[in-house]
Design a protein around this ligand. Structure first.
Ligand code: HEM
Ligand code: HEM
Length: 172
């Protein structure tokens, strides 16, 4: 049954969870991208300099709200998708890259709330949205990846860990 659904177990996301993930991901990406468009291209020259488009703040608020939901979704995936996939050495590079990017988005997202220095906040903002744009590409690479589990190496990569947690008939 190599590669069969039984063996794959819960790594394959159940349909509801998969759709919830898609909706949240599209939401967080779209609102971030819309903020970028409205912030950089939709401002109008007013009597007191550039005037923000009224929708700019709406996209930011919506983004902030959905981003909390996105981190919750990431927590839902962590134990049964991320850790299990990682330990099976299955789509490890692409999944690891998406995971690292989400982690950085979370950290720089908090930076946007709490950094007081104008210059550092500005830099943090650019790092945040550049990673935000890159994560879409990483996600597609992960999604379309054809990598198969490296069963020959066992589900756990570290020999000392495999000794402590023997699986599939491996002798401790
Ligand atoms: C180290 C981290 C990760 C690893 C090792 C990993 C591994 C995998 C594997 C092995 C599959 C194929 C499952 C199958 O076809 O049965 C998969 C599919 C998928 N992964 Fe990941 N993943 C990781 C992180 C993530 C993250 C953070 C997300 C989302 C934010 C994600 C979203 C998905 C999606 C949407 C699919 C396609 C699901 C499907 O077709 O049912 N993965 N991943
Ligand atoms: C899980 C992923 C993400 C989290 C946790 C997150 C979190 C946040 C937070 C907390 C803010 C600050 C909101 C506020 O000031 O009210 C923010 C702003 C922003 N995010 Fe994200 N975000 C994520 C993904 C993305 C993505 C994928 C993009 C790319 C399109 C993006 C682009 C932006 C932009 C452009 C801003 C406004 C920057 C600024 O105010 O200078 N974010 N994000």
């Amino acid at each position: 049954m190599s590669g069969g659904s039984e063996e794959r177990g819960p790594l394959r996301l159940p349909r509801t969870r998969r759709y919830t993930l898609y909706v949240i991901s599209i939401g967080v990406f779209a609102t971030g991208a819309l903020w970028l468009i409205y912030h950089y291209f939709m401002g109008k020259e007013g009597p007191f300099g550039i005037q923000k488009h009224p929708l700019e703040v709406v996209w930011l608020q919506t983004h902030g709200i959905i981003s909390a939901w996105a981190l919750w979704m990431f927590g839902v995936l962590w134990p049964i998708h991320v850790l299990r996939g990682w330990n099976m050495r299955w789509r490890r590079w692409s999944g690891g890259a998406v995971t690292a990017a989400i982690f950085l988005l979370g950290v720089t997202g908090l930076g946007l709330y709490y950094i007081e220095s104008r210059e550092i906040r500005e830099m943090n903002s650019i790092v945040h949205w550049v990673i935000g744009l890159i994560v879409l590409v990483l996600f597609f690479i992960h999604w379309l990846s054809k990598s198969t589990p490296h069963r020959d190496k066992g589900p756990y990569p570290w020999p000392w860990f495999r000794k402590r947690h023997p699986v599939g008939g491996e002798k401790a």
